[in-house]
Design a binder for this molecule. Structure first.
Ligand code: DPN
Ligand code: CA
Ligand code: ZN
Length: 323
């Protein structure tokens, strides 16, 4: 059975995005897509609905960490190390095997946090990752507390549900993305050829709660793309290919090594068009994230409905691709 032919159950009703009335009606009609059995009769367990409140709690914590550490969580700064410590403690308590890997960038030590879920075939490893560093201008709550918190909450959901996937699962938080994807490229450079070959798919999440959100899916690999686009479609959300971030976040480190990649994105500095505002709501003529790389990228700089949607999309892809 191909990945494309699989459809998962979506039985829950989803709140409309802050969108036009027409979109809200579409949600009401399409938000409860019926369950469809897979062709082979064997139905892998569906991913849970990730509580967005939990994701928001991590964002509050990351903002507090920045507040307590000179206002940012940037590479080489104490707020970055405190961010790593916050995540690592939660992952250790949930039964992950965690490692902090060091590298050097711009004369200071950087850190990647890698968390393995015990079990599954390591020759087919599914990874989900996000960069954890902010720029020095601010707390980096959307960029990229959002992706970091979504990946964290998905990992915690794997533990909570006692998932025993056929494939091995690994979650990662990268340092120094903002300096040119330094952490993720150092990770990939440190892998043997066999280890690179063993990565079935790498999923990247960099900015998934933009306040004037777009609904974007990476189009690097058609099968992985379809896992996301079909899921969004089942929620009544039309997506577009993620052009702004193409080749410009940590997935590029993996793609350059020949790994299959995918991910989702809600937009950064590009301007939302009138057509996009029509289908997604929000404000045409303004950036998807007006606080991109600015001091105002705090917890107010988040569209909670999009954060919820993209975190649930992330969890669905992890469940589906690892089964
Ligand atoms: N984290 C963002 C950055 O590196 O600036 C990801 C991004 C890349 C956003 C390219 C927009 C464009
Ligand atoms: Ca949810
Ligand atoms: Zn950035």
């Amino acid at each position: 059975m191909s990945i494309r032919s699989r459809r998962h159950q979506h039985t829950r009703r989803r709140r409309a995005l802050a969108a036009s009335a027409a979109t809200a009606v579409a949600f009401a009609l399409l938000g409860t897509a019926g369950a469809q059995a897979s062709q082979g009769g064997e139905q892998a367990a569906a991913a849970p609905d990730i509580p967005v409140e939990n994701v928001q709690q991590h964002l509050e914590e990351l903002e507090s960490i920045a507040d307590a550490n000179g206002g940012n969580r940037a590479h080489g700064e104490p707020g970055y190390e405190a961010s790593v410590a916050y995540l690592q403690e939660k992952l250790d308590a949930a039964g992950f095997e965690t490692q902090v890997q060091e590298f050097t960038a711009d004369g200071s030590t950087g850190y990647n946090l890698v968390a393995d879920w015990p079990g599954g075939d390591e020759a087919q490893t599914v990874m989900a990752g996000a960069h954890l560093d902010s720029v020095s201008a601010g707390a980096g709550v959307n960029d990229n507390g959002s992706g970091s918190a979504g990946v964290l909450e998905t990992a915690l959901a794997v533990s909570e549900s006692g998932l025993e996937p056929a494939k091995h699962l690994r979650f990662a938080w990268w340092g120094a993305e903002e300096l040119g994807m330094v952490g993720s490229s150092s990770y990939v450079d440190g892998l043997s050829e066999e280890e690179v070959d063993g990565i079935d798919t790498y999923l990247n999440f960099d900015m998934i709660g933009s306040p004037n959100a777009g609904q974007f899916v990476y189009d690097d690999d058609p099968e992985v793309e379809a896992v996301f686009t079909e899921w969004f479609e089942a929620q009544g959300v039309e997506t577009e290919p993620a052009e702004e971030t193409a080749g410009r976040s940590d997935h590029a480190s993996f793609e350059d090594a020949g790994v299959t990649v995918g991910g989702t994105f809600t937009g950064a500095g590009y301007t939302k068009s009138a057509e996009q505002a029509e289908k997604w709501g929000g404000t045409a003529g303004e950036p998807f994230d007006p606080c991109y790389h600015s001091a105002c990228d705090g917890t107010d700089n988040i569209d909670v409905d999009s954060l919820d949607l993209h975190t649930d999309a992330l969890a669905n892809a992890v469940w589906e691709l690892s089964s």
